[in-house]
Design a protein around this ligand. Sequence first.
Ligand code: SAM
Length: 220
Amino acid sequence: MTSFPHLASINASPRVLKVLSDLHADAAAEGPYLNPAASLDKFVALDTDKCALVYLLLRASGARYVVEAGTSFGLSTIYLALAVGQNAAAGGAGKVIATEKEAAKAAKARENWARAGPEVEQWIELREGDLRETLKTDLAEPVDFLLLDIWTPMALPTLKLVQPHLKKGAIVVADNVDEANFKEGYRELVEYIGKPENGFKATSIPFSGGLGFYVYLGQE
Ligand SMILES: C[S@@+](CC[C@H](N)C(=O)[O-])C[C@H]1O[C@@H](n2cnc3c(N)ncnc32)[C@H](O)[C@@H]1O
């Protein structure tokens, strides 16, 4: 089994750790990201250090309702589901709403979650299709955490759909906001987040490509 040091940060059974390790090895072996059309058979997964941070943020904040924009083969979703399941273990509910528009990717994600088993699978609701439709309804619970790991021009429309449901203090994370090739794509999101009237406070974590870190403090 390939060793991924970040997995030391994760509480999970040997079964789940093996699935994570296998999927990260597959993701590491794929070619570089070129463009959305050329990535239909690719994970384009969140980096391992970012996965560990997201998991720990969810555990630290006790998050129970999470939206993931961009699920692909469901690798990052496993971290979200582990954390939500562990946070909910004290009693109560929790859910990760995962979103993927490519049917083949969604099918693969379901397979990966089934391999990981109930520790992961039972916490995920996958919404297949364009998230501009699938996230329009049934976001009943206050959302604690939003992961924006989607094609960059989709980031702001996604945030605007989810924002009315964000609880005060919710965390929003956006992948690769400081990556030179993605700066233009993220421009509108960064401008929106930067306007005080929209209710966010922002910083960026200097992982590879940067990880935008935003806290929703609410609109006055
Ligand atoms: C960067 S990948 C997600 C990687 C995943 N979060 C991980 O770390 O394993 C982005 C995914 O968003 C999906 N996507 C792009 N536009 C979408 C949309 N409008 N609705 C739903 N999914 C979309 C793509 O098909 C792609 O699989």
